[in-house]
Design a protein. Sequence first.
Length: 103
Amino acid sequence: MPADGALVSRVQSGFSETGLSLINGTVINSGPLTFVGGTTVDASGKVKNRSDVWVISNGTVYASTGGARNTTSFTKASDAPLRISPGDERVQALDACVVNLTR
């Protein structure tokens, strides 16, 4: 399902480079976890990362995919306490959705 503006803003607040934003925001809710995916673009609209995924747990954002880890300052989702790898089926499903939206 599409990500609401508040979730997109929460993820964008962690970008370590100015001018980056998230488009094609998509969400998978899985119990207490929210998986947020999107396409990272620069100020000119050029795609920096076609699909990135973050995980939100108890209000804290964690970076899951490589691009998410490289463009934001959030802790890795694969570290404690989450231990959710980029290969997790929910991460992969959301990644595929965002890739399809970006084509």
